[in-house]
Design a protein around this ligand. Structure first.
Ligand code: ATP
Ligand code: MG
Length: 229
């Protein structure tokens, strides 16, 4: 695969096959795709079309079965060989922020502690400063000492976004980030993503069934049966 500074993710003929007994599920079935630095991409498609599987492969959260995956000029997977687990962990931590549909906030920790969670195992001095900046930007600065159960769905989602951004990722991956939100809260998250992409230059890749959110992305990629449409 060629090295190009503009590309942040390059996948070639990527496949993920799940084996369940005698059944082989081709969840991602030969996808070739480039994502450029600073791009904002939305994956759309029917349920079961492979969107989450593809997002997890791109985010190095799961190994492909075949094909190649290059992230930030590093070969993650090629010819059945995968980057070693130590380098993978480093890559995930340095490059990616993840937002999942179910916020996965820790109920017994405050908002601030949840946001700072990625720092639990390694310290950085500017963590609190960055948490303050992010929570101000996301409009949840006044909620720092609250517990998740005291927040609205939209606020919880914004805490999850702040947590994903605390390590200053180059790439933000989000799976159905507005899946549990009403249209007003969805529009807020959509605005935040546009701001992050335009003003902070963060590359965003998300999965959504929400037309407004998909349309606010610079590029829409449609999947069907594990293939690009
Ligand atoms: N761990 C797994 N083991 C076996 N099959 C799986 C596994 N994960 C996903 N699949 C199958 O792979 C296919 C793609 O699933 P995936 O979750 O990527 O779809 P999706 O497009 O995200 O769907 P949805 O919109 O419902 O979230 C489906 O047929 C699903 O049943
Ligand atoms: Mg999914």
């Amino acid at each position: 695969m060629s090295v190009n500074n503009e590309k942040i993710i390059e996948i070639k003929d990527l496949k993920k096959i799940y084996v369940r007994g005698s059944e082989h599920i081709h969840a991602v079935d030969g996808i070739t795709l480039d994502v450029n630095k600073g791009e904002y991409v939305a994956f759309v498609g029917p349920s079961g079309s492979g969107k989450t599987t593809l997002l997890h492969l791109l985010g190095c959260l799961d190994n492909p079965t075949e094909g190649s995956l290059m992230v930030a000029d590093r070969m993650v997977y090629c010819e059945n060989k995968c980057m070693n687990e130590r380098d993978l962990t480093k890559l995930r931590r340095e490059l990616f922020g993840y937002v999942f549909q179910k916020f996965y906030l820790i109920p017994t920790l405050t908002v601030e502690e949840n946001i700072l969670l990625p720092f639990a195992f390694y310290q950085k001095e500017d963590a609190h400063k960055n948490a303050k900046h992010l929570t101000e930007m996301l409009g949840i600065a006044h909620r720092l000492s609250h517990l998740p159960k005291e927040l609205s769905g939209g606020e919880m989602q914004r805490v999850a976004v702040a947590r994903a951004l605390i390590n200053r990722p180059k790439i933000l991956l989000a799976d159905e980030p507005t899946g549990n939100l009403d249209s007003k809260r969805s529009a807020e998250i959509s605005g935040i993503f546009q701001q992050l992409n335009k003003e902070e230059g963060i590359t965003i890749i998300l999965v959504t069934h929400n037309h407004h959110l998909a349309e606010s992305a610079g590029k829409m990629v449609e999947l069907k049966d594990g293939k690009l449409v």
